[in-house]
Every structure is written in structure tokens, then in C-alpha cells.
Design a protein around this ligand. Structure first.
Ligand code: DPP
Ligand code: ZN
Length: 854
């Protein structure tokens, strides 16, 4: 397969200012007629090349006349043209109901919908499928009226009517030129939750969230989130919505979380549907975040789009940063930051330290779908955040205004964005640009010394970047580090917080008149996405966990204390738990802390994050060390856990930050009570499971029961299954809770579940709920027999035949072989080799698996 390289970018030979699409819809056979106005962009003599995906055109016309000197080359339709502007008409036939890849036009739950990012539009019609070709769309759809009463596309509805013979039509025009990856249409039997939003300049926008009739009551949260997002983007970024209509459609079969098509977002139903009975607090929060994310793309992605797919982080990194800021503004900013950093460490840090490491602006790809990664999205967001931190809020806003104004209606680059940051912020980002080209997570070492006599303290900082594939030597990066000192005796700050820009390999910072021993608080708020190594003692970490005035830094100190203890335990089979127990006790009884923060702070780092700290991951030793610490914390603080549990128990369901915090703390406390071995733990959990008036409590109790051996475990799983057997999104939880369980027989259970009548690889959510969840269960996936690897490889080989894009995204856990002992590494490699050798393998899988072997 052919490699696409960033350095090979060339502007398009032909632009397509306008297209008229006529879709005669039928699940088995849809006719697509496309009329393109094409314009030669320079004095070249190259033919028009329209991307396709295996179709043959039924007819091709140029300026109204049928031609036959067209040819197909590597799936593209090549048409020789003589003039500088022509009208091209093509007709193709496609079969949405056989489209299992879920790219292009496909059927989901009896409805028809589209997904075109990144390269799905070519599966609908022949077109220059690249984001720098911006086109005005007129879309006409015709379909059976009874089966598809609702016909939606981008932009505004301009006409509709009956065709007789039970069919009807509708036409939509989108006045904004857009790249074809933002094209969308939907035909279905759907109803809408409707609302109106009035923009700050007085434009009335008709909002609609379209779902199956039975799901209508589950759309209230999403529509509130949409209105809140629209207002927020006006207030914070000065960005107003630009069409009279904004529709969202929820579908069950979807590769992504959601898609920001102009005026017609299409969502995975898991990011729309919610009520207390079926959705957890995590789900509610994720829905608001994804609704906001896709809405924010209307400016950061649609009005200003990407020149080529190497610039993907231009829209995704920035838009993730925007949705993170939005969510932070809706509740506890500190807890939001903790969650985001935990996600970054769980998904992005391993990517950066493994065979698939790539810069946020990559240089080459085989299949662009493989680059919708935590690096592009979440590290991309951290890079924007660092620039926002360096500029400060006022100048950052000036810089984003400049960016939106200057590049509105164009296809831009990451470089364009950075140049606006420099100009709007009045700073030089020459060296900072390395964040776009160098892969890997910087490591910063920090060591603070103090001379009591002179009152002088010296902080020695050093940075290094480990090599990544194709990048053996790295240059020093610009690292914005927020830091502050605290006096060990008085627990008072020494001076105020400083923002240091570490840009050399080594630097020293001096502090004068430091009259008591200082304790270092560094990378406060996680101001740089780096790994900090310090020589701070357990006592100093405990001190910071109690006294730091930045909540994130308090959390971080506690995490470091826990990590040090757990790594010690995993290496030596035992560790002193006293410091962690004292620090957790102190946090639990601190009256100034809210429940949500406490719940985050007292939670132990995950098995895999502990593994990331070790030269070689020993999954069993890590599991035992973590269980031992959990048990000791449970026992030593049993009274506190019970008090926390009882304190949070009574409240009725309410979706508010404080109620969410109470629920979170309740389930964390329940986990510790169970870890203590208390005889009543299972009945407590089962009581919570049965009495719950919301999914957060019910799933929290189920999670606790599923990892234990009480008879209540089977009962709860059966009750849960029977209660929700007609709700796909909740059944996903039933599968994933078991796949994530900490049990000796998790693999046997998961293998059995793969044969369950409700399991299917055809639905991406279901595949991810079982196979994806299992493969991040460090102990179960990496069990010494290698059967976990074999199970996942078998599933991915089968999934690849249906949906290569979703299969390929589940490869990375197998690529972590270098982190394990020789026996495991050999078995993981053998599975990757088996995948690569599979006849008919997709290029998606080939790229991921072969890179993972290198
Ligand atoms: N739909 C995906 C997202 O919003 C890709 N653009 O991130
Ligand atoms: Zn996005």
C-alpha cells in the first residue's frame, strides 16, 4: 500500500466550487447522481482525478455529453479535460445495507446515514476527497415515505414533496463551502426533540435532536448541553452559529464518538441518550463534552478547516482544548483537570512510549483513520493549553480571534495557528514548534536544595526526551512549568506561583530569603504534559497532599506517594503502607474538600499506570501490590469509609456537581469496604445495587460485586441483564464491567461472553465493550498463558473483515510487547505476526500491526 507524506503536499489541480447531489435512496441499491462544477486551478495539463472506492461509474458526462475516454486508476476516476472549467456528471450505484465498514452511506437500525471523515465521501460518489477542496452543496434525496419519513442533510431545507408511488423527496442547500468530509445526510423514521436558540446577534436557530421515537425522553440532557455550548462559544470565543438550523441525529452503529458535519451532526447514540436509569454520571458528563466538542467544530474545523490530514490536530487538539475548558466551567475545574490528565496518562503516554509514537503533526501515514489518536487529540489539546498558558487569557483570545478572522472559509495548517498565537500574543514560538514535530513525552527532573544559613534555595531542572521510532535524537523543548514553594514548618507558601519556561537541557533557578526548609510544588495544574521526576520524600509528598493550595497539585502529590509505594510493593512483594494510609485519612477528614475531589484523590493509580513506571511490567506483582494496599487502606480506615459511605447514601438522584461527587465517593468507599474483606461488603453492595435510583450507583455496585466471589455476583449480573436486555447501551456496560473485572477467571468469562447471543462484532460499541475493555485489563489480558493475546487477535482478525477502522484501533495493547518479559513479548509478537500474515488484511490493520512489530 502507498504511503502518504506530508512533504508531498501539492495544492489541488482542480477545485469544485459547486456540487449538486441527487440520491435515490434504497438500502439495497442507491443511485447517486453527482453534478460537479470543476475549475482548473493553474496552467497545468493534468486530467481531473476523482477519488472513488471500487465503484465503476454507470455513466460519465462532460458539459452534458456522455464520454467514454474516462478510465479508472487505483480506484480513482480519471477524466481528460481540455478547458479551464467544466460540468461533470457521474452516476454510481451503491449498497448501503452491505456497508459494514460504516464509512460512506450505510444502514443502522433500519435508517440510512453517512460518515465521511476522513475518506468516506469517495464511497458515496466520485470526488476529490481531500479537505482543501471546498464546495457548495445542493442535496436532493428521494426515498420510500413510510420507511424514511425524515430526510435530512447539511444546511437549510429548501423544498420537499411527494413523488407518488409511496416515495417522497427533500432538498437541502448548504450556503457554506465545505470539504466533502463534512457532508452528511440521514433518511429515517425519526422524531426530534426541538428547541430554539437565539444567538447574540438575534438569529433564531431551530435545534433538533433526532432519535427513534422510544428514545425521545432520553434527549433532554443533550439538548441542554447544546444550548449551553452555543452560549459558551459566544461568551468565551466570540463565535456565533451561522445557519438557521442545527440538527443532531443519534445512530447506534458508529465508528467515532460523533461527527461534526456542517449543520447536521451525527452521533454515536451513547453520546446523546441519557436518563438517570440508564446513564452514569460519567455518561452524562461525556455527552455534554461531546455535544460541545462537535458544536465547537463549527468554527474550529468547519469554518476554518484543515489543508490536509497531517493538520488533523489543528482542529482536533484545539477543539478538545475548547471542550475541556467548557466542561471545566460547568463544574469543578480541578476535578475536570484530574480526569483529563488521568485520561492522557492512560491513553496518550503509552502511545508516546511505544511503537506507534507519532508527533501531533505526523509526517506519513498509510491509512489516515489510524491517526485519530490520543496523541492528535489529547496531546494536541495540551499543546494548545500550553500556548494559552504562556499567552494568558486576554492575549490568547486576541490570538484566536486573529486566527478565526484570518482563516475563515479556508483550509489552514498548524503553522497558521501557531503564527497567529505569536502575532496575537506577541511572543516567539520558534522553539515551541518542536511540540508539533517531536514525538515522545519529555521527562523533567527537579531537585531542590536549601542552605539554611544564607536563606538560598536552588532548583535544578533538567529535561530529556527518550528516542521514538524514526526520531533517535531530540532537541530540548519549551516546557511551561508552574511552580511554588511551601515552608515545611509553617505550611505557608514561600512567594507566589511562578511560570518557568524551561527551554534548555538544564537550568537552575534560585530563590532568596527562604527561611525555612522549602517543599517543591511543580507542574501545578499539569501545566506541561511531561513526566516529572523529583527526589521528594514520602513525607514531603504527604505534606503537599495536605497543604498545597493547588487542588491538582494536592492530587498529584498523593498519586506520587501511592505510586512510589505501589512500585516498591510490586518490586519487593511488600511495602510500608503507613504514609499512604495517613495521607488518605487526612484527605478523608479534611472539611474544606468536596466529595468529588476526595473521591479522585483517594483512588489508587491503575494497574497499567503502575506498570508504566516500571522497567518491565509484572502484571501479577502489580495486581498483588495494589490489592494489598487496597486491603490495608480498607482495614485501617474502615470507620472512615463507612462514614463516607453512609454520608453519601440517602440523597435522591440529582445531576449536580455535588450530587455527582457524593455518588463517586460512595462507590469508591464501597470498593475499599469490599477490599477490607468485611463480611457485609457483598450485601452492602447488593443493597446498593437493588435500591439504586440511578445507573451510577447500580453500575458502581455491580463493579464491586463482579470482582468478588459472593453469591450476589451472579444474581446481580442476571438481574442487570434481564432489566436492560433491550437497551444496547446498557448491555455494553454489562459486557465491559465483566471484561474489566479483577478475577482469576476473567478471560474464561470474556471468552464465554464472545459467544453470547447479544455479542456482535458488527456494532463498534459492542466490540469495544468486550474486546477493547478486556485488552486494557492489564492482568487478565497479559496472563502468562498468552491466551488473552490469542483471544484478542482472533477477535480483531474477524472484526477486520467487517470494519477495518474499528479493528485497527484495538491493536495497540498487543504492540506493548517491549514492556513485558521475553515469554510474553514472544507471544504478543507471534499474534501480531499472525495478524500481518492474514490473507486479505486491510491496510488499516496492516499498518498498525506491522508498525507494532518494528
Ligand atoms: N468526529 C470526530 C471528532 O469530532 C472526528 N472529527 O473528533
Ligand atoms: Zn473532533
Amino acid at each position: 500500500p502507498a504511503v502518504t507524506r506530508r512533504e508531498d503536499y501539492r495544492p489541488p489541480d482542480w477545485q469544485v466550487p459547486e456540487i449538486a447531489l441527487d440520491l435515490d435512496l434504497d438500502p439495497a441499491s442507491t443511485r447517486v447522481n453527482a453534478t460537479l462544477n470543476v475549475v482548473r486551478t493553474s496552467a497545468h495539463d493534468r486530467p481531473l482525478v476523482l477519488d472513488g472506492a471500487g465503484q465503476t461509474p454507470l455513466s460519465v458526462k462532460v458539459d452534458g455529453v456522455a464520454i467514454n475516454d474516462w478510465r479508472i486508476e487505483e480506484d480513482a476516476l480519471v477524466i481528460p479535460l481540455s478547458g479551464s472549467a467544466h460540468v461533470i456528471e457521474t452516476e454510481v450505484e451503491i449498497a448501503p445495507d452491505r456497508n459494514t465498514q460504516l464509512m460512506g452511506l450505510y444502514a443502522s437500525g433500519g435508517n440510512l446515514c453517512t460518515q465521511c471523515e476522513a475518506e468516506g465521501f469517495r464511497r458515496i460518489t466520485f470526488f476529490p476527497d481531500r479537505p482543501d477542496v471546498l464546495t457548495r452543496y445542493k442535496v436532493r434525496m428521494a426515498a420510500d415515505k413510510a420507511r424514511f419519513p425524515v430526510l435530512l442533510a447539511n444546511g437549510d431545507p429548501v423544498g420537499a414533496g411527494d413523488l407518488g408511488d409511496g416515495r417522497h423527496w427533500a432538498e437541502w442547500h448548504d450556503p457554506y463551502p465545505k470539504p466533502c468530509y463534512l457532508f452528511a445526510m440521514v433518511a429515517g423514521d425519526l422524531v426530534a426533540n426541538r428547541a430554539t436558540f437565539i444567538t447574540r446577534s438575534g438569529r433564531q436557530v431551530a435545534l433538533g435532536i433526532w432519535v427513534r421515537p422510544a428514545d425521545l425522553p432520553k434527549t433532554a440532557h443533550a439538548i441542554e448541553a447544546l444550548k449551553t455550548s452555543m452560549k459558551w462559544d459566544e461568551d468565551v470565543y466570540g463565535r456565533e452559529y451561522d445557519l438557521d438550523v442545527f440538527n443532531i441525529v443519534a445512530v447506534d452503529d458508529f465508528n467515532f464518538g460523533a461527527m461534526e458535519n456542517k449543520g447536521l451532526n451525527i452521533f454515536n447514540s451513547r453520546y446523546i441518550l441519557a436518563d438517570a436509569e440508564t446513564a452514569t454520571d460519567y455518561d452524562f458528563d461525556a455527552i455534554a463534552a461531546v455535544v460541545a466538542h462537535e458544536y465547537f467544530h463549527n468554527w474550529s474545523g468547519n469554518r476554518v478547516t484543515c489543508r490536509d490530514w497531517f493538520q488533523l490536530s489543528l482542529k482536533e487538539g484545539f477543539t478538545v482544548f475548547r471542550d475541556q475548558s467548557f466542561s471545566a466551567d460547568q463544574g469543578s475545574a480541578a476535578v475536570k483537570r484530574i480526569e483529563d490528565v488521568r485520561g492522557l496518562r492512560a491513553a496518550q503516554f503509552p502511545e508516546d512510549s511505544g511503537p506507534l509514537a507519532h508527533a501531533i503533526r505526523p509526517d506519513a501515514y498509510l491509512e489516515i483513520s489510524n491517526f485519530y489518536t490520543a496523541t492528535i487529540y489529547n496531546k494536541g489539546a495540551e499543546v494548545i493549553r500550553m500556548m494559552a498558558t504562556m499567552l494568558g487569557p486576554k492575549q490568547f483570545r486576541a490570538a484566536t480571534d486573529l486566527y478565526f478572522d484570518r482563516f475563515d472559509g479556508t483550509a489552514a495548517t498548524c503553522e497558521d495557528f501557531v503564527a497567529c498565537m505569536e502575532e496575537g500574543g506577541g511572543i516567539d514560538l520558534t522553539q515551541f514548534r518542536l511540540w508539533y514535530s517531536q514525538a515522545g513525552t519529555p521527562r523533567v527532573s527537579a531537585s531542590l536544595t536549601h542552605e539554611p544559613g544564607s536563606g538560598r534555595a536552588v532548583l535544578k531542572l533538567a529535561q530529556r526526551m527518550p528516542p521514538t521510532p524514526g526520531q533517535p535524537d531530540k532537541k530540548p523543548m519549551v516546557l511551561p512549568l508552574k511552580l511554588k514553594l511551601f515552608g515545611a514548618e509553617t505550611a505557608q507558601p514561600i512567594g507566589s506561583e511562578q511560570l518557568i519556561l524551561l527551554s534548555d537541557a538544564e537550568e537552575q533557578i534560585s530563590f532568596e530569603t527562604v527561611t525555612e526548609r522549602p517543599v517543591l510544588s511543580i507542574n501545578r495544574g499539569f501545566s506541561a504534559p511531561v513526566i516529572v521526576e523529583t527526589d521528594r520524600s514520602a513525607a514531603d509528598l504527604a505534606f503537599l497532599s495536605a497543604h498545597d493550595d493547588d487542588p491538582f497539585a494536592r492530587y498529584e502529590a498523593m498519586q506520587q506517594l501511592m505510586l512510589d509505594t505501589l512500585v516498591e510493593g510490586a518490586k519487593h512483594g511488600q511495602a510500608d503502607h503507613a504514609a499512604v494510609i495517613a495521607a488518605v485519612a487526612n484527605t478523608l477528614q479534611d472539611p474544606h474538600l468536596d466529595s468529588a475531589f476526595i473521591a479522585e484523590a483517594v483512588l489508587l493509580p491503575s494497574d497499567s499506570f503502575i506498570g508504566d513506571q516500571m522497567a518491565l511490567v509484572d502484571p501479577e506483582a502489580i495486581f498483588r501490590a495494589r490489592e494489598a494496599l487496597r486491603r490495608d487502606l480498607g482495614r485501617a480506615l474502615e470507620a472512615q469509609w463507612r462514614a463516607a459511605y453512609d454520608g453519601a447514601r440517602a440523597a435522591k438522584f440529582e445531576y449536580s456537581p455535588s450530587a455527582k461527587g457524593q455518588r463517586r465517593l460512595k462507590t469508591v468507599a464501597l470498593g475499599y469496604i469490599a477490599a477490607s474483606g468485611a463480611v457485609d461488603a457483598a450485601s452492602l453492595a447488593f443493597g446498593q445495587f437493588e435500591a439504586a435510583d440511578n445507573m451510577t450507583d447500580r453500575q458502581g455496585a455491580l463493579t464491586t460485586l463482579v470482582s468478588g466471589n459472593a453469591p450476589e455476583r451472579i444474581a446481580a449480573l442476571d438481574i442487570f441483564y434481564n432489566r436492560y436486555s433491550d437497551n444496547a447501551l446498557v448491555l455494553d456496560k454489562w459486557f465491559s464491567t465483566q471484561a474489566l473485572s479483577a478475577r482469576d477467571d476473567t478471560l474464561a468469562m470474556v471468552t464465554e461472553l464472545a459467544r453470547h447471543r447479544d455479542f456482535t462484532l458488527a456494532n463498534p460499541n459492542r466490540a469495544r465493550a468486550l474486546v477493547g475493555a478486556f485488552s486494557v485489563n492489564q492482568r487478565a489480558f497479559n496472563q502468562a498463558s498468552g491466551e488473552g493475546y490469542r483471544f484478542v487477535a482472533d477477535q480483531l482478525i474477524a472484526l477486520d473483515k467487517l470494519n477495518p477502522q474499528t479493528a485497527a484501533k484495538l491493536i495497540p495493547p498487543l504492540g506493548r510487547w517491549r514492556r513485558f518479559d521475553e515469554a510474553r513479548a514472544a507471544m504478543m509478537r507471534a499474534e501480531l505476526e499472525r495478524i500481518v500474515a492474514t490473507p486479505g488484511l486491510s491496510k488499516d490493520m496492516f499498518e498498525q500491526a506491522s508498525r507494532s512489530l518494528a
